[in-house]
Design a protein. Structure first.
Length: 255
């Protein structure tokens, strides 16, 4: 049932897949899941040589190297797969998507320690990304193509660049909303270290701040306009009893 669900998941996520039979027969991302289940079973029963032998045969057949000790959840979608490497202590949650050229590797050489990353549920890792170290990538996080991640990624966040910068989902959503209000989509602004994209993001944030300040000013003006206006100053009694004469003032100026 597990492998059937994996095959259906690949068919559903890959628009190029026509049916489950095609996935089972032709897709290396599915083949490597089959061989890994066998290799992981042998690894857990301390048949380390046979486990590594199967994983190496699968590597030559699929171009994907998964250590027998790696723990993989249900419905993993490996797209294309060529050049993927998963280390021994790697853990991958359910419903993850991993593209070609990804390395889930380690930075430590000590045996018996957690050297490789843990991916939570629903994580997406872009092509060529390197996730290095025994930390956790939170549920629903996204790692951009060719990013080099060496620190934990919070749930729902996006990591891009080399070294990777963490972009919180709330910040990206606010920027997208501000850009939509100005008549264009921020999807055209790449989330990376390019100076032009950084300048555009700064302009979007600045414009959003100005709009908020203008809205506050309008609210203050509306409150002032709703207040009762003060009555004009009453005229002095002398202004009513002694009207101003223009001819008299002209004669005084002539003198």
């Amino acid at each position: 049932m597990g492998l059937w669900a994996d095959a259906k998941n690949i068919r559903d996520k890959d628009p190029a897949a026509r049916n489950v039979a095609e996935v089972i027969i032709l897709y290396p991302g599915f083949h490597v899941l089959v061989t890994h289940k066998i290799a992981h079973f042998l690894y857990c029963h301390k048949c380390f040589f046979l486990a590594r032998l199967i994983s190496q045969l699968a590597r030559h057949l699929t171009g994907i190297e998964i250590h027998p000790g790696a723990k993989i959840g249900n419905r993993l979608f490996i797209d294309h797969g060529m050049g993927i490497v998963f280390g021994e202590t790697t853990e991958i949650g359910d419903n993850c998507t991993i593209y070609h050229g990804v390395t889930l590797g380690g930075t430590s050489l000590y045996k018996g320690t957690k050297r490789h990353p843990t991916l939570g549920r629903g994580v997406v890792v872009g092509a060529g990304a390197k996730v290095l170290g025994g930390f956790e990538v939170g549920e629903g996080a996204k790692i951009g193509s060719n990013a080099v991640v060496v620190k934990p990624v919070p749930a729902g966040a996006t990591a891009v660049g080399n070294p990777a910068r963490i972009i919180q989902a709330d910040d990206a959503a606010k920027r997208e909303q501000a850009a939509s209000n100005m008549g264009f989509s921020a999807y055209g602004v790449t989330q990376n270290d390019d100076p032009l994209s950084q300048a555009l993001r700064g302009l979007i944030d600045n414009a959003a701040s100005h709009e908020q300040q203008i809205a506050l000013l309008w609210q203050a003006i509306e409150k002032l306009s709703q207040q009762p206006q003060e009555q004009a100053c009453p005229q002095h009694p002398s202004a009513q009893s002694q009207p101003f004469e223009v001819q008299q003032s002209d004669s005084l100026l002539d003198k």
